[in-house]
Each structure stands twice: as structure tokens, then as C-alpha cells.
Design a protein around this ligand. Structure first.
Ligand code: IMP
Length: 430
């Protein structure tokens, strides 16, 4: 197993953190390839809840080296806060265990201010971003005016470049009637951060290629999800990076010949946070039941923003699209325990669009908003399955539900989760 990619199959929040944590145990290196601290990966180990935003989940395994690849965008101040939080929980985060790409782009306070200003200007049409400055940081990257982490190695020129970037942003913010930011204060904060982060910076492309050539097992940890991909998601209600499998290669800088496993993670129902179409969305009691009350950490409220997630039945039209875009070799189904107690479950198998039945995801968000899902109904199960550890102990209806999804997506499902704890993963054949 040279390289495995773990990807969110839906709109993010599928439980990739816990799946990456499981696969990290069998890996030597775990590398994040896209996105920034907009992600929220929650991993439960015993009574401790680890909430990771940027650091790969692999950090929880002592033998693993973690990498933040060139495709990521990094807020250095927030990264240092996360490093300190992990250390306070007893996790060893040192430059030997966390390597940051000199090619990764920097999120500055200017990007955060511009993200807020852009959302305000959109009004009712807002994307519902996490307000972490992700979009503006990637805009500067593709506009060829971004700052890269490697520039932190030259403190003086870095400070000048950051100062200039903030002054350019301030001119725009002032033009739009928004509050500007203090370039001097930002430069000071970022120089402090640069001084602490310098030992972690490295050419991660060279590092990863060397490790892969030597036979190391590399886990590429995706963030966000397929439908949030800048190219393949429901644009414009997307993030600004490439969370899909192609993004792992560009974000880390190695070739496809190393990849032999692509794991898609999907919840057994649908959720979305932020704006944009969610064809199977359920309002009322059913949606509320899937969401949970918020009393548990694992209820459907955003890890990064705390926003309630929109919930609905599982959508296999969307999942089949995710299988195409990513080339999943298998899928992991999470949160199966949440479906206990429903009399009947529904899975969307096709859509009706303007009077026609279609079995694919239409391209435009206008069409996606008009589709009416066509459902297959399956019997539910009443048993609490959170203590199940053997596939054969899952209720027959639960196994039928899993098998139906695998058949509809033409992709094997051999692992399901029945709760948030590490040992609440059930593997087929065990
Ligand atoms: P941004 O990534 O902050 O620019 O947000 C763009 C869209 O992606 C918004 O709809 C966010 O709610 C969504 N998004 C970004 N990161 C995540 C995530 O980790 N989970 C779920 N949704 C996300």
C-alpha cells in the first residue's frame, strides 16, 4: 500500500477524521493536501476529544510523520494555537513529526477581512463560508500575488511583502466601506509566528517522493468534500481548493502510480453546512432527528463554526458522481447508529428534472435546486447498534441498507462506523 487517499464523498463533515485516524495506524506518513483551517476533523480517543483543523489526524499516532502539503493554505497564528492545544493534550508536535511545505500559501489577516467583506456584499446570495480567509488566500495564489510559507525563512522581506499585501487589501476594504486592518500589528504577529514555525518548514515534495521511493506508506488526508470542490462541486457554493483525488496529487506533488487505494467516506445520510443545493434535504421532524440536539459532540453542528447542519436522506445520484470524479476503490459508511429507530429509510436513486427522470447530477446549481429526488424505501431497524463489533451482529435491515448503497454506487462498502469512538468501526468479514 504505497499511497492511500481518503476523501469526503459528500459536502464535507463525513467523518473523514476518524477514518483517517484508523488508516493512519497502518501508515508511516499522513499528509493534508488541500484546504486550510476551514476543516474540522474530530477524533475521539477514550474520553478525549481531539478537534483538528489543520494538523493531520495522524498526529495522534506516535509513529506517524505528518505533512502539510503545498496545496494547503495556512494561517500561521491559528496553526500555532492548534499545535499548542495538541501539546496541552499530551501530543508530541515537533518539527520531526510535523513538516510544513515551503510551497503552502499563507492566509493573512487581509484574507480573513476580505472573506467577511465578500460574504457581506453577497447578502442573500452568500456562500456561507467559514470566514477563515480561504477563498481570498487561494485567489491571491492563483492571481500570482500570494505569499508562501517558504518566504518566512527571510524575515525582513517577508514582513515587507506581508505589509504590502495588507495595504493593498486595505485599499479595497476602505473602498467598500469595510473596516481596515493594522498592517504593523499583523506584521508583528506573523513575524513571531514565522520565528516559531521556521524549524517545521521544508520541501515536502522532495520528502514525500523520497519516502514513497523507499516504500513508506503515505496516507493523503482530504478535507471538505467532493461537492465542495472548486471544479467538480456545485459552484459557486464550494470551497476554493480541490478536495477530490486529483487534488491529492497536485497538492502533494507526486505521481498517480503510487496511489493504489482511494477511500470515499460518506455518512449514511446527507448533510450540508452553508448555502447551496441539497436535493434530499428534510425539513421538520425527520431532519431534526438526523441532526440531533447538539448535546453530543457528534451531533450535526459544525466543528469549525458551530452552525447547525442541514440534513436529508442519502443521495446516491450524488454519490455515484463522487465515485466517478474520485475513482473510489471503496467507501466507508459513517454514523450508521444514527439511523436506529426509524421505521422506514429512504435512499435517493434518481432525480426528476423538469418532468424527465435522470440518473446523474445536473451541472448547474439552478438545475440542482429544481431536481425532485426519487427514492427507494427500505425497512429500518430498532436495535441500538452502537455496541456491535461484528458485521454479522448488525441487524439484517442494516446490512441490507449498506448493501443497497454499495450496489447503487457499484463500489464496495466493507467498513461502517456505529459511534464516534475509535473501536466503533465494524469491518465486513470480522
Ligand atoms: P470556505 O471553505 O470557508 O471558503 O467555505 C466555502 C463553503 O465550503 C461553505 O459552504 C462552507 O460551509 C463549506 N466548507 C468549508 N470547509 C468545510 C468543512 O470542513 N466541512 C463542511 N463544509 C465546509
Amino acid at each position: 500500500m504505497p499511497a492511500t487517499i481518503v476523501i469526503g464523498a459528500q459536502w464535507g463533515d463525513e467523518g473523514k477524521g476518524r477514518v483517517a485516524d484508523w488508516l493512519a495506524a497502518q501508515s508511516d506518513v499522513v499528509a493534508r493536501y488541500a484546504g486550510g483551517d476551514n476543516a474540522g476533523h474530530t477524533v475521539y480517543v477514550g474520553k478525549t476529544v481531539f478537534k483538528l483543523h489543520l494538523i493531520p489526524s495522524g498526529i495522534l499516532h506516535e509513529h506517524v510523520v505528518c505533512v502539510l502539503g503545498g496545496g494547503t493554505v495556512i494561517n500561521p497564528v491559528n496553526l500555532l494555537r492548534e499545535i499548542d492545544e495538541m501539546r496541552a493534550l499530551g501530543i508530541d508536535v515537533t518539527p520531526e513529526r510535523l513538516i510544513i511545505s515551503t510551497r503552502a500559501h499563507i492566509i493573512s489577516p487581509a484574507h480573513i477581512a476580505l472573506d467577511k467583506a465578500s460574504e457581506q456584499a453577497r447578502g442573500a446570495d452568500k456562500i456561507g463560508t467559514t470566514l477563515r480567509g480561504i477563498g481570498p488566500a487561494y485567489m491571491d495564489k492563483t492571481g500570482r500575488s500570494g505569499l508562501r510559507m517558504g518566504q518566512m525563512l527571510e524575515v525582513e522581506s517577508f514582513a515587507d511583502a506581508l505589509y504590502a499585501q495588507i495595504e493593498t487589501a486595505n485599499a479595497k476594504l476602505a473602498r467598500d466601506g469595510c473596516e481596515t486592518i493594522d498592517p504593523q500589528k499583523s506584521a508583528e504577529d506573523y513575524i513571531d509566528a514565522a520565528n516559531r514555525l521556521r524549524p517545521y518548514l521544508r520541501d515536502t515534495t522532495q520528502y514525500l517522493n523520497k519516502r514513497l521511493r523507499e516504500g513508506a506508506r503515505v496516507l493523503c488526508e482530504g478535507a471538505q468534500g467532493t461537492m465542495l470542490d472548486i471544479d467538480h462541486g456545485d459552484y459557486p457554493f464550494v470551497t476554493s481548493s480541490s478536495p477530490t483525488s486529483g487534488g491529492a496529487l497536485t497538492g502533494l506533488g507526486f505521481g498517480p502510480m503510487y496511489v493504489d487505494r482511494v477511500v470515499g467516506v460518506t455518512k449514511c445520510f446527507s448533510t450540508r453546512v452553508g448555502s447551496g443545493p441539497l436535493p434530499t434535504e428534510l425539513s421538520g421532524d425527520l431532519g431534526a432527528r438526523l441532526r440531533g440536539t447538539g448535546e453530543n459532540f457528534w451531533d450535526e453542528f459544525g466543528t469549525t463554526t458551530g452552525r447547525p447542519r442541514r440534513c436529508g436522506w442519502l443521495d446516491t445520484v450524488m454519490l455515484r458522481y463522487a465515485v466517478q470524479v474520485n475513482g473510489f476503490s471503496e467507501m466507508v459508511l459513517t454514523k450508521l447508529d444514527v439511523l436506529s429507530g426509524f421505521d422506514e429509510l429512504q435512499i435517493a436513486t434518481s432525480y426528476e428534472l423538469d418532468g424527465q427522470v435522470i440518473d446523474f447530477m445536473p451541472v448547474t446549481t439552478a438545475e440542482q435546486s429544481r431536481v425532485k429526488p426519487i427514492y427507494v424505501k427500505l425497512p429500518g431497524w430498532k436495535e441500538d447498534i452502537s455496541t456491535v463489533r461484528q458485521w454479522s451482529d448488525l441487524p439484517e435491515a442494516a446490512r441490507a441498507y449498506i448493501d443497497q448503497i454499495a450496489a447503487l454506487c457499484e463500489t464496495p462498502i466493507n467498513t461502517v462506523s456505529v459511534g464516534p469512538e475509535r473501536d466503533q468501526l465494524v469491518h465486513r468479514g470480522q
